[in-house]
Design a protein around this ligand. Structure first.
Ligand code: KG4
Ligand code: ZN
Length: 334
């Protein structure tokens, strides 16, 4: 079954064709990063307009590269920016009607985790971890669509905290890769940042305390995120390194502990922060040899439509077609 995936939940307009949930025939991503850079984050109205302009050309390119006719359309139904979601849902609904092929709505967060399993053999139960700009959660998975949430962030998502700390360090949006670059030459031991704990909820995450520690280190105690810096350029590197290590350690240690405690032999990692080299290195060095680690391949970490098409195949196998007039679900977690 050839599935056309459409993703437009935030600032990427993306379309892809995937065969039987696994084999990626095309994966076209039009990033809007340059458009939003001046605003220090995504400007929703502009994102919608850009989706409107590029949705059909991006879909056309995905179909041309794949060279096949789709049997099913899978669109991101949520979570995301409501206007941006509507663009993809309407495009998918219109094409589904025009071509007389079924449509399914897909959860973007589930799809991030699914991305790590594409082209791989996964044994369930598996531990899924999503580390993105909007979500941070750990789930015990019985299949790509059945799982129980073991822990999640009680405040900011990890990617969001990377973006906020980047801004404090005068780095452009999106901040995660910039913090990673700056941290390369920094010494994390120069600042005492610890992985965050949530009282009485050992498997949950918290990043706001860590973000405040970084704020006070950069701007001084009680400082404002846009206020003047009290540290040198060299110390900025140390703050970036200390923040990155603390944020990532909390994911690595809890993730491995949860996988081992629940008898999982496979761990899947998804979302933009799974691009981070230190995160990958720490997982590889800390995981027991019995735990097989799966990271998304190139083009599957950040927002993309191949993961939507891939998971859409399973949604269709389980639930059949959805209504054409899908309601966007901007706030749905999973
Ligand atoms: O999954 P994604 O593309 O979008 C959401 O669904 O949220 O994730 C984007 C997030 C941003 O916060 C970005 O700063 C972060 O992923 N990110 C990184 C890295 N690359 C992207 N964070 C840390 N290190 C990276 N290399
Ligand atoms: Zn995403």
């Amino acid at each position: 079954m050839f599935v056309l995936g459409i993703e437009s939940s935030c600032d990427e307009t993306a379309a892809a064709v995937v065969k039987d949930g696994q084999e990626i025939l095309s994966n076209i991503i039009l990033s809007q990063t340059d458009l939003h850079k001046n605003y220090g984050g995504v400007f929703p109205e502009l994102a919608c307009r850009r989706h409107l302009d590029f949705m059909l050309p991006v879909i056309q390119e995905a179909l041309d590269v794949a060279g096949v006719e789709p049997d099913l359309i899978a669109v991101t139904q949520g979570p995301g920016l409501i206007g941006a979601l509507i663009m993809g849902i309407n495009a998918g609904g219109g094409l589904s009607m025009g071509w007389d092929i079924p449509l399914v709505g897909v959860n973007h967060v589930d799809a991030h985790v699914y991305a790590a399993s594409m082209g791989e053999e996964i044994e369930y139960p598996a531990l899924g971890i999503v580390v993105s700009g909007g979500h941070t959660a750990m789930m015990l998975m019985q299949s790509p669509l059945e799982y129980e949430i073991l822990g999640k962030t009680v405040d900011d998502a990890i990617g969001e905290s990377f973006d906020k700390v980047a801004r404090m360090l005068d780095l452009p949006y999106p901040g995660g890769p910039e913090v990673e670059k700056l941290a390369k030459n920094g010494d994390p031991k120069q600042f005492d940042f610890k992985p965050c704990r949530v009282k009485g909820r050992p498997m949950d995450f918290s990043f706001s305390g860590l973000k405040t520690k970084a704020l006070y280190a950069i701007k001084g105690p009680g400082g404002h995120p846009d206020g003047p810096n009290i540290i040198s350029e060299a110390q900025k590197k140390d703050v970036a390194a200390a923040f990155q290590l603390a944020a990532i350690e909390s994911i690595v240690y809890k993730g491995i502990e949860a996988a081992v405690n629940h008898g999982c032999r496979h761990l899947l990692l998804g979302g933009g922060v799974s691009n981070n080299a230190l995160l990958r290195e720490l997982f590889v060095s800390q995981a027991p040899p019995t735990l097989s680690l799966h990271f998304p391949k190139k083009g599957l970490c950040l927002d993309n439509a191949a993961m939507i098409a891939g998971l859409g195949y399973h949604v269709y196998q389980n639930e059949g077609a959805h209504e054409i007039g899908l309601a966007p679900l901007p706030k749905t977690m999973i």
